[in-house]
Write a protein that binds this ligand. Structure first.
Ligand code: 4NP
Length: 158
């Protein structure tokens, strides 16, 4: 089982949508049986909440539902996942600050994991619905690339 955790700040806008998009991506590629997928936030303001209504709406418009409940990222997630995928550089710093000693779990940027790792998925929380549509489009192509990257890195295990 390849365990992938998507992380943003609040775990109500970007990372639950990334989780949902990635679940669709692995379904479309007939790889669901290989994966465990989850999401978490570096901040704890929204623990227990469903995703933002705008993330749920953009998901439904694209044929899937988001039922994740927000939870906080913890140091233990480094032990429980094979890949941690963050939306922006601040998420990466916040996640890295919790890395246990000697842990080597890769922390990938959602947009681009080996060439240009400076691209971010912008926080849509204070924006409008079109910002969520933009996030969905970024996540859609990023998830295709992420799946390809993970499968090529796991050729011996899958
Ligand atoms: P997310 O968006 O990190 O994509 O879930 C945010 C959600 C809530 C807040 C900030 C960003 N907030 O400040 O409450």
């Amino acid at each position: 089982m390849i365990r992938v955790l998507f992380v943003c700040l609040g775990n109500i806008c970007r990372s639950p949508l990334a989780e949902g998009v990635f679940i669709q991506t692995i379904k479309n590629n007939k790889k669901s049986h290989l994966f465990h997928v989850d999401s978490a936030g570096t901040a704890s303001y929204h623990i227990g909440k469903l995703p933002d209504i705008r993330s749920r709406q953009v998901a439904e418009e694209n044929g899937f539902k988001l039922t994740h409940r927000a939870r906080a990222f913890t140091a233990n997630d480094f032990n429980n996942f094979d890949y941690i995928v963050v939306m922006d550089k601040q998420n990466r710093m916040d996640v890295e600050s919790k890395r246990p000693k000697n842990n080597t779990t890769p922390v990938l940027m959602m947009r681009g994991n080996n060439t240009n790792n400076t691209l971010e998925v912008p926080d849509p929380y204070y924006g409008n619905y079109s910002d969520f549509v933009n996030v969905y489009q970024l996540l859609s192509s990023a998830c295709d690339e992420l799946l390809e990257y993970i499968l090529s890195s796991n050729q011996n295990n899958v």
